[in-house]
Ligand binder design. Structure first.
Ligand code: GDP
Length: 378
């Protein structure tokens, strides 16, 4: 992490009264702790665990409490939302997991081909070890919003295509008495042995050892925006982008202008609608244009402010004033009326900026750096 970014994060830390163990911020609702206990119980019956993580934060999206249990299980780490992560950096992350002898696969939970590859790996890992067990159970776990339900949905569709008549699964060990069978709901994905994926995922409580992990989890949507506040999140994101010189890649070139001309955007996407002005809630061609144009304007504004900046990114105050200028430039680029009260305008700018980033509209991006030391962690 660059010096300026580190200091800025630290400053935010002071303001937020954060300390180890949660401090003034209540990151998670109480029911999450109960959920952890329930997962611990269910994990006992799982022959394999698919631990879904966010590709943009392969380490920050872990649950510290359950890591020891998870790593002692047969486990496949599914790095989801690969479409939103930087492919060059993901290449290094794959090497990282390989060097820790941890099976891992980059996936897009909405893409059947991608999910089939994951199921192939799951099958392979189970069959090589226990081919005689009649029924094997796979559980999907992960922190909120990493894509567990989307993944289970795709698995359901693949399972129904493979086995149109889905039989109820029976497990001998689950009942209160030995030998008592109990039905568990799951999708059958393989035969001989029968492999079932449980239809309800285990929601893990993310671990927040430091403020930056919390910010990353919030930027990627595992922690609610209101916990940290949209403006702070947008400031953090700008600090990260600036300290990596990302805006320099956004010099307007022909490719972007071409994209703007032939922009192909999913018109049914609800998130896109969030970017539209209030009176334009129906997406049509002109709105798709509007969003593509918005992206171009935002990138251009950040490129210009960054390239004209003559301060030192390592200095917290310089970085802070660059971000301040960028907020003003973004407000113009997003056509947020200048007469709006400044607080309200900053919230609108922050929300739109976060939405663009989260949808991958500002390009694929990986927030977690690959650790330099290859010491085993997770
Ligand atoms: P859960 O809370 O872990 O069950 O997460 P969901 O399955 O509800 O997904 C959270 C959000 O991430 C939804 O808006 C999904 O559409 C989106 N999502 C899930 N998987 C992917 C993916 O691979 N790529 C992208 N871009 N979005 C995804």
């Amino acid at each position: 992490m660059s010096g300026g970014l580190r200091k800025l994060v630290k400053k935010g830390l002071g303001e937020m009264g954060f300390n180890k163990g949660g401090g003034a911020i209540n990151w998670f609702p109480g029911h999450m702790a109960v959920a952890t206990r329930a997962i611990r119980d269910r994990l006992k019956y799982a022959d394999l665990v698919i631990e879904v993580r966010d590709s943009r934060i392969p380490l920050s999206s872990v649950n510290e409490d359950l890591q020891s249990v998870l790593s002692s299980k047969r486990r496949v780490v599914a790095l989801n939302k690969k479409d939103l992560a930087n492919p060059n950096i993901m290449h290094k992350w794959i090497q990282y997991f390989d060097s820790h002898k941890q099976d891992c696969l980059l996936i897009n939970a909405h893409n059947k081909g991608s999910v089939k590859k994951l199921l192939d790996l799951v099958e392979l890992k189970l069959k090589e070890v226990i081919s005689r067990e009649p029924t094997l159970l796979v559980m999907v776990v992960g922190v909120p919003n990493v894509g567990k339900s989307s993944l289970i949905n795709s698995i359901n569709q693949i399972a129904s295509a493979r086995f149109p008549v889905q039989e109820k699964m029976k497990r001998a060990t689950v009942g209160p008495l030995p030998g008592v069978t109990q039905d568990i709901a799951g999708f059958k994905i393989a035969h001989k042995p029968s492999i079932y994926v449980l239809d309800t995922p285990g929601v893990l409580v993310p671990s927040i050892p430091d403020i930056e992990t919390g910010l990353k989890l919030a930027v990627t949507g595992s922690v609610k925006d209101s916990v940290v506040g949209e403006e702070r999140l947008a400031q953090y994101l700008l600090a990260v982008l600036n300290s990596r010189s990302t805006p320099l890649h956004w010099k307007m070139n022909n490719r972007i202008l071409e994209q703007l001309k032939h922009g192909s955007t999913d018109k049914n996407d609800n998130k896109l609608k969030a970017l539209l002005p209030k009176k334009k809630k129906q997406l049509d061609d002109s709105n798709v244009w509007y969003i593509e144009d918005l992206v171009t304007q935002v990138q251009h504004a950040l490129y210009l402010t960054f390239s004209e900046f003559d301060g030192n990114l390592e200095e917290e105050n310089d970085l802070e004033s660059l971000i301040e200028e960028q907020f003003i430039a973004l407000q113009k680029a997003m056509k947020v009326p200048p007469h709006k009260a400044s607080d309200e305008a900053r919230t609108i700018v922050s929300k739109k900026f976060l939405t663009l980033f989260r949808m991958g509209k500002l390009g694929p991006f990986t927030l977690d750096d690959v650790p330099e030391t290859m010491a085993p962690t997770h």
